[in-house]
Write a protein that binds this ligand. Sequence first.
Ligand SMILES: *Cc1c(COP(=O)(O)O)cnc(C)c1O
Length: 474
Amino acid sequence: MKYISTRGGSPKLSFSDVLLTGLAPDGGLYLPETYPKFSNSSLEQLRAKSYQELALIIFQTFIDDIPVNDLKEIVYKTYTKEVYGYARSNQDAEQITPTLELDENLYLLSLSNGPTLAFKDIAMQFLGHMFEYVLGRKNQTLNILGATSGDTGSAAEYAMRGKEGVKVFMLSPHKKMSTFQTAQMFSLQDENIFNIAIEGVFDDCQDIVKAVSNDLAFKNKNKIGAVNSINWGRILAQIVYYFKGYLDITSSSKEVIDVTVPTGNFGNICAGHIARMMGLPIRKLVVATNENDVLDEFFKTGNYAPRGSSRTFQTSSPSMDISKASNFERFIFDLLDRDSEALKKLWLEIDKGRSFQLNAKSFKRIQDFGFVSSSSKHENRIQLIANFYKKYNVIMDTHTADGIKAALDHFDSRVPMMVLETALPIKFEESIEEAIGKKPERPEQLKNIEALTQRYEVFGNDVDQIKSFIEANN
Ligand SMILES: *Cc1c(COP(=O)(O)O)cnc(C)c1O
């Protein structure tokens, strides 16, 4: 299996090389040349598999340059009940991504039981072990440069802390993450972890990362890599839980399900799109946004108009406060039948800070890919958190609430709806308190996290300063 760039101007790479590369040299994103396909009967054979077995089977269809026994060892090291120990029960922890039936045909897929309490751990923990393995084999080191609005950064840091050959330089918008998220990241004292607070919003951080990565001389000299959701390894790891969730809530591969995904950079739902392309019987893929509804607008009108930071709102589901979705290019590539020339024309506009409008034919094709969308507002989230607590005795976080809002907008009582739970409520306890009048109970080991000493640097929105800092510290 080789990987190609969406922009068609980069050499094909094997999995291990894509893993360490991030953006392709032509500015595009890597995707496998073709998607492996699972027939209905091969899906049936997956039904009795554990999460680890399922992960290994799926990874093997995408990775052909790592010996199976090594891959197996990595998978079994990554997905343990200890690492996913914030689950409701020991049994749930063994499932890694357990499903919870809320009501007839309404399910939550729990993805947030890892060390940073958000779904990003599932991919990032895998990446941490993969990086250490691949770098060790190549006798190389890597400096990971990333941007985060909260969850990516902590997931990356917890996955990479103490790993051989890896340093992390993580940019975050200064004073715009929740106190809990900030404490989670900034309290890490590991020497290979650098927290960099930027005076700006998340999109500014992301633009700095892009600018540094596009400086190929700097990138090569300083061995810069990425763990942002553009990293193919993350998308790959996320495909697994769509299969796991589907197999858990159906009893035959003749059944279809709908899936709702709280969306920011389009990474999570991109994995859902690929799972569907691989033959997983997903009927609808519901894109859920908050007030930052660029993607909702796109799926309703075919007009993709990313917004600048001044028009990106700070909301109570901050990990979705994104107005330019870094993975979106992957989906559009498939939507355009993988026509790199057509894709480049559209992204020429986007890269100049403008928008594009799909032609009628491409817009109509969105239906073939199952995509629909919805957005929610703060009041919707608060009301749904309160209602679901009363009705089902389940406290959900604000991002999952965005998902529930969209899921209910598109709910069809005849078809199971699986909503992806992307964070645990204790990460956003101010909003939970607003909704239900009390804070969710914290696990013992997180009770005093805000009081720990914090380690971070503050910088203005300036690419050159960040470059100097990296050069001085790598
Ligand atoms: C990152 C994140 C999202 C958005 O996921 P994308 O892959 O960027 O679309 C949603 N909810 C939570 C809690 C997150 O951390």
